[in-house]
Design a protein around this ligand. Structure first.
Ligand SMILES: [Fe+2]
Length: 319
């Protein structure tokens, strides 16, 4: 892409063998003055789902302006996570003396997050976000991304038929030890960050919601396997063991290694993800290390989530 006297920026695959994502190298704030560049980046994001920005400008200003190429920045709903009072930037952090920590298979992990979709426990899904490191840990601290368009494509045909038209019920519970699906066998909650405890105290203010297991990406017509193991409580149309087994099988296919990418951060990286068609996770850091990131939230809703409270307008099965 040529932009006046600016150097070109470059587009490469995210990583070898990964069926989604792209790396954008050398992008500068000045590139974003060109509407054609903004449109090209938006189209690339819709096509690829995850964009890694590397070796370009790396400031809060760049992070915010770049986010605006993909939508309107949303004010983060959890006040506890605002960065120095700025509602456009969310602080994602782990400190040994203020951080959420789990024991997973005998290893204590700070800032561990299982596969999830942001805000899936509400009836609207924000569009995405851009994550940028401020202080990286010495060890660990990878962010996982998982593409649900590839996941749908790879799903066996009989499973595609089985989940057609079904929905998953989600409930707000930030404690990964309590989650029902794909939880590591030996996970134990050790302690929560102050923000985690403050937000968790309000968990029962969130009604259960449901989201379709499959939907179609509007711009391309591709199908998305829209399931998140975290926060899921079951299949709405098929409760009990039968639905449980089906959801477990679908989630296992969804999170198979072929659909995932784990990003090892460099200090000047930024990563944009499409929250409507991907899951993300965090491998966590050793208990005594610190990791600080900041992210933007890009607003929007795919308008397919529904509030389960009261069951208004939902199909009833009892006579
Ligand atoms: Fe997240």
């Amino acid at each position: 892409m040529k932009s006046g006297a600016l150097e070109r920026y470059r587009i490469d695959p995210l990583a070898e063998g990964v069926p989604f994502g792209a790396t954008v190298s050398g992008l500068r704030l000045a590139h974003l003055e060109h509407p054609t560049v903004r449109k090209a980046l938006f189209d690339l994001w819709i096509d690829k789902g995850v964009l890694l920005f590397r070796d370009g400008d790396h400031t809060s200003e760049m992070q915010i302006e770049l986010s605006k190429c993909f939508g309107v920045i949303a004010r983060q709903v959890f006040k506890e996570t605002w960065l120095e009072g700025n509602p456009d930037l969310v602080k994602v952090k782990y400190y040994p003396d203020d951080g959420s920590c789990y024991d997973v298979d005998g290893v204590r992990l700070g800032g561990y997050l299982a596969w999830h979709k942001d805000r899936i426990y509400t009836d609207s899904l924000n569009r995405g976000g851009i994550l940028r490191p401020i202080q990286l840990s010495e060890h660990g601290g990878e962010t996982g991304y998982l593409d649900q368009i590839s996941a749908y494509d790879r799903l066996p045909e009989d499973l595609k038929a089985s989940i057609d038209g079904l929905h998953v019920v989600y409930a707000m519970d930030l404690n990964f030890e309590n989650h029902k699906y794909l939880r590591p066998d030996n996970i134990r909650y050790v302690r929560g960050a102050k923000s985690f405890l403050s937000i968790s105290a309000r968990e029962y203010q969130y009604p259960r919601v449901l989201h379709p297991m499959v939907y179609t990406q509007a711009e391309t017509g591709r199908k998305v396997l829209n399931v998140s193991p975290s926060f899921a409580t079951g299949i709405y149309e098929i409760g009990g063991p039968e639905g449980d087994a089906l959801l477990r099988e679908v989630l296992a296919h969804c999170t198979a290694a072929g659909n995932t990418y784990f990003h090892a951060w460099r200090p000047d990286d930024m990563v944009l993800w499409d929250n409507w068609r991907t899951l993300h996770s965090s491998t966590g850091v050793p208990e005594q290390e610190t990791r600080v990131m900041q992210r933007t939230t890009i607003s929007g809703d795919y308008n397919l989530g529904r509030n389960l409270e009261g069951g208004e307008g939902l199909p009833k099965f009892d006579v």
